[in-house]
Design a protein around this ligand. Sequence first.
Ligand code: TRP
Length: 452
Amino acid sequence: MATTPANSRGTWNTKLGFILAAAGSAVGLGNIWRFPTVMAENGGAAFLFIYALLVFVIGYPVMVAELSIGRKTRKNPVGAFKALSSNKIFTLAGFWCVICGVAILSFYVVIAGWTISYFFEQIFYYFGMFSLAEWVSNIDNGWLNVGVALLFMGITISVILGGISQGIEKAVRTLMPMLVVIIVILIVYVMFQPGAGAGLREYLVPDFSAINMDLILAAMGQAFFSLSLGMGALITYGSYLNRKENIPEAAAYVTGFDVGIAFLAGMLIMPTIYMAQAEGLVIYDDAGSLVAGPALIFQVLPELFHEMGGIIGLIFGGTFFLLLTIAALTSSISLLEVPTSYIIDEHNVSRKKAAILVGGVISLISVFIAFDTSLIDDIDFIFSVIGLPLGGFIICIFLAYIWKTENAKLELEQGFKNLDNHWFWPVWKVFIKFICPALIALILGTTIYGIF
Ligand code: TRP
């Protein structure tokens, strides 16, 4: 189906298509830009350890919850909450999901724009056009940021306009595997470079004394961000999912894939940071904290490619930033799909009008961020680190106590025949009812208590 008229929802064509789309939503700047940056700011391996733990203890169960709510109701988050409960609080919660999506996408497009800028930087550098290379990679240039962010948003909107199976599914099928291959090749190259060993040690040998409440909060935010949880992106993707599919199994693939890519990205970026440092690039300030902030990988990676030099540097650098743009695209479409499907479902607007309207509003917000990139950290903290786990908490409570786990079971059983006799069921039930909401509340509560 080429376009999806209002009220007739598309579906994923194949199981692999869905898994790739959900994995495409998960794998993005969160893995390659956000994960290494947050990890470098939080003591390397200790962060990796807590992050991985929270992905399995909180992330995976919440992912199953989102997908089952979405598939049951076949709606966007606002519509889904409305369909299963008349309680207005949950309608508000649905709005909160939509707002988080809008806010996250508004800075996401700016960073994704940088991946486009650096793709061109690599080309200009190779051809010896150094001043052009420098100009296009100046991430403090507001108008340039606006230009590339809008370009990226335009591409995102055009994929969304294609609808579900023709647009989103087709785009991710070929692109995801390519990304994995190139990252692996780059890791092998980096491992042979001077300084890489120290970075690898920092990445893999945990210093457990570095674990504190800030680190745990950051790791929880990263888990939600990276798995695309807490704002109904997977409620929405689940709404296009065939009832024959096994949700816990699909979610396990997506989670595994996402963590795998984040782990690989860390294997690439941490040694590269140390390599770049060995060459005199200033990464940490005197106090030992990261100076580079959101621009970290955009400072060290181009260094790596220039270091490779020549046509090899161009091929790796160009392909890497191109694939990073694409990985960002398969994520940004899921962020845009949430508010878009909300407008389509709840206000009976055509897909085309809805996507252009929502994309336009988000583009406007992103102009402010393009001119003041220091806003990224604040918006990210409010909407990713606090907002997404809050959304996740509400989703757990909603599923467990409003919709009820027994009803979720009926939905899950459609694609998971022996669920009743499988260990998954009792374990997941306990996690969704008690462990996940309690842990999220504990971590968020301690933080909020600490702020005031
Ligand atoms: N997970 C994506 C990444 O890692 C970003 C993303 C896409 C996202 N959809 C989301 C984050 C929904 C939070 C919620 O880059």
